[in-house]
Ligand binder design. Structure first.
Ligand code: NAP
Length: 276
């Protein structure tokens, strides 16, 4: 079967919960042909969209899923690179292996999907990549260094990609959510060395309480899905779009306006940290 001209085919990674799932539900309701993916099968059958197994850390898994969509629909018009998780812990408490896993999922996962989809998009001279970054991709946050690093890197990768693929009629953009109420909080991985023996323990626990409280009181994932839908429906996309509470989006702007040490002190105080 090949997709009808009118309905665009969308591939979403990390669609088993949170932002990815909200995107899959909204886009399928709006008539898009949606393939949502995750590592484990869903507990209940998805309504209106198709589920496929895809682990973004495995080349073979990514290629299999992309091939399956291309075989069924003949094309992939839009990719929402969304799969990710948050690693928390002081840099000193984070092992190189933990850091590699964070980057492998949040950064190289998106790269693998791009590489698998790009040949067919280039051939058709059309396509759109929407990369779910974070406001943490603009501001380095304490005890989220590797998470922030993965999102800063995704931002750089996407800025470069835009320029490389524009001659082929392909676009790429970044969506930067602030705090969103999803399973990211429960799925957070804490660096193995951040336990009771850590020199950072007290500061880490204080900061983590703030991080978790902010996420649990964040905007619903449907807000991000609506922004993704707007991007799908606009003819051309800018480099980045933020979504979330105004105060959080304004904080990012403050980074560019305030003296850097002043800005840093404000961020530190929000996480219960102060200079010696
Ligand atoms: N929530 C927030 O406050 C927030 C803020 C800014 C940015 N974001 C970003 O939004 C994206 C989605 O997160 P979320 O908040 O919706 O969290 P979530 O509810 O935990 O969802 C994460 C999704 O990623 C999938 N995933 C994780 N590792 C994967 C892998 N190796 N291969 C394939 N899928 C994988 C999970 O599926 P399985 O585990 O079932 O495979 C799940 O569907 C992430 O990139 C996150 O960094 C979230």
């Amino acid at each position: 079967m090949v997709a009808s001209q009118g309905s665009r085919v969308v591939l979403i990674t990390g669609a088993s919960s949170g932002i990815g799932r909200a995107c899959a539900e909204l886009l399928s309701e709006r008539g898009y042909i949606v393939y949502g993916t995750s590592r484990q099968p869903l507990a209940e059958a998805p309504k209106g969209w198709r589920w496929l197994a895809l682990d973004v850390t495995r080349d073979d898994s990514v290629q299999r899923a992309v091939d399956a969509v291309l075989a069924a629909e003949g094309r992939i018009d839009v990719v929402v690179n969304n799969a990710g998780y948050a690693l928390a812990g002081a840099l000193e408490d984070t092992s190189i292996e933990e850091a590699k896993q964070q980057l492998d999922t949040n950064l190289l996962g998106a790269m693998r999907v791009c590489k698998a989809v790009l040949p067919s998009m280039r051939e058709r001279r059309s396509g759109l990549f929407i990369h779910i970054s974070s406001l943490g991709g603009e501001v380095g946050l304490p005890f989220q260094g590797l998470y922030s690093a993965s999102k800063f890197a995704l931002e750089g990768l996407t800025e470069s990609l835009r320029q490389e693929v524009a001659p082929f009629g392909i676009q790429a953009t970044l969506v930067q959510p602030g705090d969103v109420r999803t399973r990211i909080t429960d799925n957070r991985v804490q660096a193995g060395q951040s336990g009771p023996g850590s020199a950072y323990r007290a500061h880490f626990e204080t900061a983590l309480r703030t991080i978790e409280a902010d996420e649990r009181s964040g905007v619903p994932p449907e807000d991000v899905a609506r922004r993704v839908l707007e991007l799908l429906e606009s003819g051309s996309v800018r480099v980045r779009y933020s979504v979330g509470k105004l105060a959080q989006r304004a904080a990012v702007m403050a980074k560019w306006v305030l003296p850097s040490r002043t800005f840093e002190s404000i961020v530190m105080s929000l996480y219960g940290l102060s200079r010696n």
